[in-house]
Design a protein around this ligand. Structure first.
Ligand SMILES: *Cc1c(COP(=O)(O)O)cnc(C)c1O
Length: 423
């Protein structure tokens, strides 16, 4: 008998099947333990791995930060109610039995909801801008105000996107002031194909400023593309019983931007639209068709999960049913409702708070809210629960804002407070 034969990696791995880890990952842990000359540690390593994998995989969390569109938590909460035992009519026409277009349903419904002639959907707003520039201005100039050469979070920079699209940036005006005449001379003197107006979603310029609105740009004779970003469909918010909330302020909306003369608008699916990650190009049918026909459209197209989710969302907007859209339901809850829920969870911890829209939209805007305030930094302990609770911590105080917590999860917060021993 060979006394020093290394233990079989496979046998070690099999002995740990009860950790719930897939066999190949157990083999990795066992191999590492043997390579380190410490096969006895394999069980502990496998349990550590199972634990850290559980923390690492995508999972649902309770967002108690009060940031409605939390970029790190997937922006807007919205899922598709699909039957995964069935196939989808993604590119199938039920009436003829022939091939159909995946761009026929959700995009058409979104176009209807914002008063556009047509629309297509791509993977995000960055792709929407890229596709518009490539399809309508490749090898030609695109006129943009220097005050709008923005960077949106995650490295989306207008000059870089422009370069990738093959269009040439024609900057006009200055950082703080751009006048109609600046645009007019650029349009007259160059091979400009488009005017691009970019919403400064996540910052503001204050003081000695001047900018040109879409309606004035529309008179210059070139197609005007407005990247509005957030995906607010209509400033009147007809899907909300009480109309637009005051904090929406001057946020541009797709319908009014098109009415003002924009030929196309581009926007995200998962900001103020409240849906899944997606990008929408909406407006003139001929320009939308040119975008759809460009080879990049194939590379940027979304799949059936996203299109199905957007179809449901667009139908909710068309039904004027804002309550069916979690973002709008949370955003418009009354402070009294929130206070009532907070008092029911822990009456001694109720505190007034301020929630924010987030997601790189509406900078500086706060939405009055109510939450639970507890002394000390409990963020890590709250994250360690099941489901994890994500809290806000400032000045050694932990805040659980109820505006972003679904009422079904109030009990989760209560149980978490019990575990912390503060209730
Ligand atoms: C957020 C934003 C984008 C990028 O949108 P994604 O969907 O995150 O790609 C582009 N333009 C504007 C004006 C935005 O606000």
């Amino acid at each position: 008998m060979a006394p020093d034969r290394p233990p079989s990696v496979d046998r070690l791995a099999r002995s740990l099947a009860d950790t719930g880890l897939p066999h190949p990952l157990l083999v990795d842990a066992a191999r590492q333990a043997v390579a380190d000359g410490d096969p006895a540690s394999v069980e502990e390593r496998a349990r550590d791995l199972a634990e850290s994998m559980g923390r690492h995989l995508l999972t649902g969390v309770v967002n108690a930060t009060g940031v409605l569109l939390h970029t790190n938590l997937g922006r807007a909460p919205w899922g598709a109610a699909i039957d995964d035992t069935r196939y989808s009519t993604l590119e199938f026409d039920l009436s003829t039995g022939d091939r159909g277009s995946r761009q026929d349903r959700a995009p058409a419904l979104l176009a209807r909801a914002c008063g556009a002639e047509a629309a297509i959907v791509v993977n995000n707003c960055a792709s929407a801008v890229l596709l518009v520039l490539a399809a309508l201005a490749e090898g030609r100039g695109v006129v943009v105000s220097r005050g709008e050469l923005v960077e949106i979070g995650g490295g989306f920079r207008i000059p870089d996107v422009m370069a990738q699209s093959g269009a040439r940036l024609i900057e006009v005006g200055t950082t703080n002031r751009t006048r109609l005449g600046d645009f007019a001379s650029a349009v007259a003197g160059d091979d400009a194909a488009l005017i691009l107006n970019v919403h400064r979603s996540n910052y503001r310029i204050e003081g000695f400023t001047e900018s040109v609105g879409v309606s004035e740009l529309a008179d210059l004779g070139l197609p005007v593309v407005a990247d509005i970003g957030s995906g607010l469909l209509d400033v009147a918010c007809p899907w909300l019983a009480d109309g637009p909330p005051p904090w929406l302020a001057d946020e541009p909306a797709a319908r009014q931007t098109l009415e003002a003369g924009a030929d196309l608008v581009t926007f995200s699916g998962d900001k103020l639209l409240g849906g899944p990650q997606a990008g929408v190009i909406a407006g003139r049918a001929d320009l939308v068709a040119a975008c759809a026909a460009h080879p990049l459209a194939r590379a940027l197209r979304p799949g059936s999960l996203i299109l199905h989710a957007l179809q449901d969302l667009a139908l909710a907007y068309l039904r004027r049913d804002g309550d069916a859209i979690p973002f709008w339901r949370m955003a418009t809850l009354t402070v009294d409702d929130l206070r009532y829920r907070a008092a029911a969870i822990a009456p001694d911890l109720v505190a007034d708070t301020m929630a924010v829209p987030g997601g790189g939209t509406l900078p500086g805007v706060e939405i009055p809210s109510v939450g639970l305030r507890l002394p000390g930094d409990h963020a890590a302990a709250l994250r360690a629960g099941t489901p994890p609770v994500i809290a806000r911590v400032a000045n050694q105080t932990t805040l659980l804002d109820l505006r972003t917590v679904h009422p079904n999860d109030d009990a989760v917060l209560g149980a978490a407070l019990d575990r912390l021993g503060v209730r």
